[in-house]
Design a binder for this molecule. Structure first.
Ligand SMILES: O=P(O)(O)OC[C@H]1O[C@H](O[C@H]2O[C@H](CO)[C@@H](O)[C@H](O)[C@H]2O)[C@H](O)[C@@H](O)[C@@H]1O
Length: 300
């Protein structure tokens, strides 16, 4: 149901005459991107990008941390790479193209760091929070769920107090134990302790491991379901998805054969394509945005 997804008023639609604002913006972004180095991608990925750039309606869905933004010690300092942000803006500004961030971050935190343009689709808390339309709020937790979230947060605070550098991020539907700056052996000990205590006292909490984090959520959803919802709501016929973490595997699992999934960084993945890190992914996104924009201009 595309109508449920608000689009910025000035964003071009296929049947509209190319408005001055849209044409001007596309040209300006294109000029900037044209001076940048082209992405070095494998011939297979390059062919896949060329194919999906020509589909009628494309959804580009992206994980945030470790995918468009390199890791930082403090999540508040995290920002997407300039090229990745530029590509996102260009894609968002292209007709018949929807763009989404699909993140483990709480929605507020994602809004703060992503600098997402208005109308961009945002998924937070691994699918538990979605901003698909104005005024659309996440489903509230039950009273029991709210008290479980508080209990998990308290337990993790107690665990984090056992090692300098460990800290807890509190989210609307769970909490995260951060150990990025903690020595590896101490981090492993803390994570074990957290697993045991939460399993014993809040058995309803679902464990979500990540990069130097251990999260517990009271919501049973995942990014795969979120991307399915995005596909339905936007009416996209093809999805491009990029992600680096285990939670992104839930998306790669539900992608259809004609979609394109890109795993960012090392490690096993169900994704059909891989790039070495966020910088390489930014190049891929620039390439895709250029191809998609060219397709839109030729078609119009
Ligand atoms: O799904 P994502 O967008 O990748 O979000 C996953 C988690 O991202 C954040 O943590 C990660 O990035 C931090 C900043 O670079 C880093 O310090 C941390 O070690 C990483 O795990 C965020 O803080 C979590 O809430 C997200 O679940």
């Amino acid at each position: 149901m595309v109508g449920c997804v608000p689009r910025p008023a000035a964003r071009g639609q296929r049947r509209q005459p190319a408005g001055a604002r849209r044409r001007g913006r596309l040209t300006a972004w294109g000029a900037i991107a044209g001076r940048r180095r082209r992405a070095r991608v494998t011939p297979e990925l390059d062919a896949a990008l060329r194919r999906i750039a020509r589909v009628p309606h494309l959804l580009v869905a992206l994980d945030f941390d470790g995918t468009v933004a390199p890791f930082t010690d403090d999540p508040a300092d995290s920002r997407s790479l300039a090229d990745a942000h530029l590509a996102v803006i260009r894609l968002w500004d292209t007709p018949d193209t929807d763009v989404a961030y699909v993140s483990g971050r709480a929605l507020d935190s994602l809004r703060q760091v992503s600098d997402a343009p208005p109308g961009m689709l945002l998924v937070g808390s691994h699918g538990a929070q979605m901003q698909l339309g104005e005024g659309e709020d996440p489903q509230p937790l039950s009273a029991g769920g709210i008290s479980d979230v508080a209990a998990v947060g308290e337990l993790l605070e107690q665990v984090a107090a056992e090692a300098p550098g460990a800290w807890v991020e509190h989210k609307p539907v769970g909490a995260v134990l951060h150990t990025r700056t903690v020595h590896r052996s101490a981090a492993e000990r803390l994570q074990l302790l957290a697993r045991e205590r939460v399993a014993e006292r809040v058995p309803a909490a679902r464990m979500i491991p990540g990069h130097d984090v251990l999260e517990f959520s009271l919501r049973r959803t995942d990014k795969g379901r979120a991307v399915r919802t995005l596909r339905e709501r936007t009416g996209a016929d093809t999805v491009f998805y990029a992600g680096d973490d285990r939670t992104d595997e839930d998306v790669f699992r539900v992608l259809e054969p004609h979609d394109v999934g890109v795993h960012v960084g090392p490690g096993e993945s169900l994704a059909a394509y891989r790039v070495v890190g966020p910088r390489a992914l930014a190049g891929v996104l620039l390439t895709l945005s250029g191809l998609r924009r060219r397709h839109a201009m030729l078609r119009d």
